[in-house]
Write a protein that binds this ligand. Structure first.
Ligand SMILES: [Zn+2]
Length: 160
């Protein structure tokens, strides 16, 4: 287990009424959802940035620019698949992911295990190598006021 690499990814989106709410690839029933050019999956965006960062690769926004019409409404799972291909080319694999989602809406508890499983599947790791915690913002700031959602992910990579 020499040559371990750690990456950090952070993503924030506005929450807007009527937008679909997809988090960690799981569609969640919610009155608000993240607004974005893509499907707005903050968890997958932060996870991809953490994985790419650990591998010393370009970030999500550079690889998949918002200005590219191909990325409009795009399923963020495709960003995960592509980032996995890129780290494999560098002979790296994901060892673990630790995820914190700051949000008042939706409540994540009922969806946590599905979200972990989906993340594990997308990044080709065992579900017990993926952790996911929801945190409220205690009614403070834009997250506390249900106007935004933020995900922070730490990824550990090792030689494949
Ligand atoms: Zn994003």
């Amino acid at each position: 287990m020499n040559d371990l690499r750690i990456g950090l990814g952070i993503d924030l989106h506005r929450l807007e009424p009527g937008r679909p709410c997809v988090l960690a690839g799981i569609r969640i029933d919610c009155e608000r959802g993240p607004s974005a050019v893509s499907d707005g999956d903050v968890v997958l965006h932060a996870a991809v940035d953490a994985v790419l960062g650990a591998a010393g690769l370009e970030d999500l926004g550079t690889l998949f620019p918002e200005t590219d019409p191909k990325n409009r409404g795009r399923d963020s799972a495709e960003f995960c698949t592509r980032s996995l291909e890129l780290i494999r080319q560098k002979r790296l694999r994901v060892v673990s992911l630790d995820v914190v989602v700051e949000t008042e809406l939706p409540r994540l508890k009922p969806h946590r295990s599905a979200m972990r499983e989906r993340l594990a599947q997308l990044f080709a790791v065992d579900p017990d190598r993926v952790n996911l915690k929801g945190k409220s913002a205690e009614g403070l700031d834009s997250i506390g006021n249900r106007l935004a959602i933020r995900a922070t992910v730490v990824a550990l990579l090792a030689p494949a």
